[in-house]
Design a protein around this ligand. Structure first.
Ligand code: AHG
Ligand code: MN
Ligand code: MN
Length: 322
């Protein structure tokens, strides 16, 4: 099986980009080890702190953030980072040509129940003379990402990665520490009979989403004339991995539960990298009203509605929003 570096070099990625991706993966291997040690490594449970999002930080959120932050800022390749767990961007090497936005640990409510979690990252490029302390360097459309990926800490540790030439899946060989290519050119099936949504928010959704889900739930006696299955992992990495693997629709739509927070998922380090992975695998990623990777970001922690997955089914969902 082929290792990650030669695969990326053959794709035409620069040595610097390959080294940067390997740097991220070095931190992810350490996170993978800590996650797998669970209670033995003393990392379960919460801290007493909240992050900028007003969410209680888990010990593993903080640890994963620190591992990624330290290794990236010391690498020399990175001008600055933006993280879910950091209120502001953090400057690295002023001469670095890359910036990285990341969710150090996605699905952190799953940590204490020994369920799926992962790391999501988005790599963008900036001019050499851009100011490392200027947070606006991160306000790039998803289309400008040079690479995006996630590492899923499941029964096996897997990397989904795109550098704009398709989406590939690598599996961590824990005996040698290498990510080996296990699925080349992932293709999300165009059609599906499976969807993922947190249905407890149903009464707070917009009419379009209420109607779409109602029609799916009506099954073969409803307007769709077919039965649909539902799954919800409560970690976007896990749900998106299922979508990449066997198709489906994953959505975290707008809701009115908290009027100050109509959306849950963050554009720069959740929606954009997942949108790139899904589009590069032939799927679709939208807010319901526009393509996710067309959005001009205004803030580093901005949130968006997300509907992504199998092309035909996402388009059906979008037709309810038209
Ligand atoms: P995070 O743990 O990084 O804050 O992200 C959690 C997100 C996402 O991964 C998941 O799809 C969603 O929150 C789960 O939301 P519910 O708690 O509503 O199920
Ligand atoms: Mn997350
Ligand atoms: Mn997180």
């Amino acid at each position: 099986m082929r290792r990650l570096p030669p695969v990326l070099l053959e794709d035409g990625c620069s040595h610097d980009l390959v080294s940067l991706i390997r740097t991220i993966l070095a931190a992810c291997k350490e996170i993978s080890f800590r996650v797998s040690q669970g209670a033995l490594s003393g990392v379960l449970g919460s801290t007493l702190d909240e992050n900028i999002q007003g969410e209680t930080q888990k010990k593993l959120d903080v640890l994963s953030n620190q591992l990624l932050k330290d290794i990236l800022l010391e690498s020399g390749y990175v001008k600055a980072i933006a993280s879910e767990e950091e209120p502001d961007t953090v400057a690295g090497n002023p001469d670095g040509q890359y910036i990285v936005a990341f969710d150090p640990l996605d699905g952190s409510s799953n940590i204490d129940i020994n369920s799926l979690v992962g790391t999501i990252f988005s790599i963008m490029q900036v001019p050499k003379d851009a100011d490392a302390n200027d947070p606006n360097i991160f306000l790039q459309k998803g289309d400008q990402q040079v690479a995006a990926g996630y590492v899923l800490y499941g029964p096996s540790t897997m990397l989904a990665l795109t550098t704009g030439k398709g989406t590939r899946i690598f599996t961590l060989d824990k005996t040698h520490g290498s990510f080996l290519l296990t699925t080349d050119f992932v293709q999300v099936p165009k059609t599906t009979r499976e969807f993922a949504i947190n249905a407890s928010n149903q009464r707070h959704w917009e009419p379009a989403m209420k109607n779409y889900i109602a029609d799916l739930l009506a099954g073969e006696t409803g307007p769709r004339g077919e039965n649909f299955n539902m799954r919800w992992i409560a970690a976007m990495v896990g749900d998106v991995h299922r979508v990449l693997t066997r198709g489906g629709v994953f959505t975290y739509p707008a809701d009115t539960k908290n009027p100050e927070k109509p959306y849950k998922l963050r554009l720069l380090y959740e929606a954009n990298p997942m949108a790139m992975l899904v589009e590069q695998a032939g799927g679709v990623a939208s807010t319901g009203y526009e393509r996710i990777m067309d959005i001009e970001p205004e803030q580093i922690h901005q949130r968006v509605a997300v509907i992504l997955g199998s092309k035909d089914e996402v388009e059906t969902c979008l037709s309810y929003h038209a």
